[in-house]
Design a protein around this ligand. Sequence first.
Ligand SMILES: *Cc1c(COP(=O)(O)O)cnc(C)c1O
Length: 439
Amino acid sequence: MNHFGYRGGWLFAEDVALSAIAREVGTPFYCYSTATMTRHFTVFRDAFGINDALICFAVKANPNLAVLRVLGDCGAGADVVSQGEMIRALTAGIPANRIVFSGVGKSRQEMEAALNAGIYQFNVESEAELEALSQVAVSMNLVAPVALRINPDVDAGTHKNISTGKAENKFGIAWARAEPTFALAATLPGINVKGIDVHIGSQITDLTPFEMAFSKVADLVRDLREKGHTIERLDLGGGLGIPYAADEKAPPLPDAYAKMIRRLTDGLNVRLVFEPGRMITGNAGVLVTQVLYTKQAESKTFAIVDAAMNDLMRPALYDAWHEILPLKEAGPGISRTAIDVVGPVCESTDVFATDRPLPPLEEGDALAFLSAGAYGAAQASEYNSRPLVPEVMVDGDRFAVIRSRPSYEEMMAREALPSWLRPKLTVAGGTDSENGGAA
Ligand SMILES: *Cc1c(COP(=O)(O)O)cnc(C)c1O
């Protein structure tokens, strides 16, 4: 469930009309609903009915500081994959003892920073990383709390670009290497092994792959304990899918997911850790854009909008499908025709929707791409020198810009000429990019 819907013919985020934000901020922009993300976090937490599970929001899904503050205030920890994300989580007020550091390629500098901060856990993905972390910790007279990420070799049944738990994926320690790696870890002076970590992919819409992975991991807990290893934590990763389209098979509810996990971990006596990203913020965000032009080709109608693949990369990267709603509701009698909704970027993959049944569109009509609150703004770039898309947060009847659109002056100022190229640059030819395209 989410808090985006029509009221009196206009699309609202909670109690704010998206058209009112568009007038003030310009398009394109992302808009997040505080009520939706806090609801999703609470539903997930309450599904487990246990007080001591640690729910670490996967920062890579939506790293905005305001989003992290809202979730941190609800009790969320953070799953980070870089020093930058760790700094974001700490800056937003999430305490270090609720931060886990994931990722296959942590640098020694990142390890040192995380040890200094005193994070809860490093999720280590290889023997080489384990040795490096031990050396860094020893050099600082510290011991690193570690979970070993094991690759359970199961097929998550999701898009190949977001599948991480098959033997051929780069993620985790190979299943057959699990025991030797735990044995190695036990000999390393800078490592204190706390548990096992697993994460098999993202946008998983069926419980079966989770169940296959988690039951293998539960068996591994028992095997490792028999061999004398202490396993007190089980980090089960993220990956629970969300509905993107009304007519697709609904992903499992957090309640069913939690029930399955309780059954598999019953009696194991471990602290559970989770790393959900998409299911917390995915349906809590929309991307608002407006139609620049329509174009009739021989067999196609195109709507060219002012958002592009650099603002929302999911369709280009994962063939993702986003619901598209006009901000002004189409009346009940309005007929729909198949329209391709495309962005202005010079790439054939800059396509948001193909043959999508939509009401007639005209220049200036504003549209919202739904379910854009995870892996949306997070993946945005300035490709084609398009200013980074701004972000807005709504809470009840108020809204605030939580990341502003950079001006062209700011964009140019990030670059410099080498001293041998003269004369110095002056920024030319621009009105300010604030207030966007054509609001
Ligand atoms: C991306 C990622 C997550 C979050 O996945 P979602 O599908 O957004 O829940 C959690 N853990 C790790 C290690 C990840 O790489």
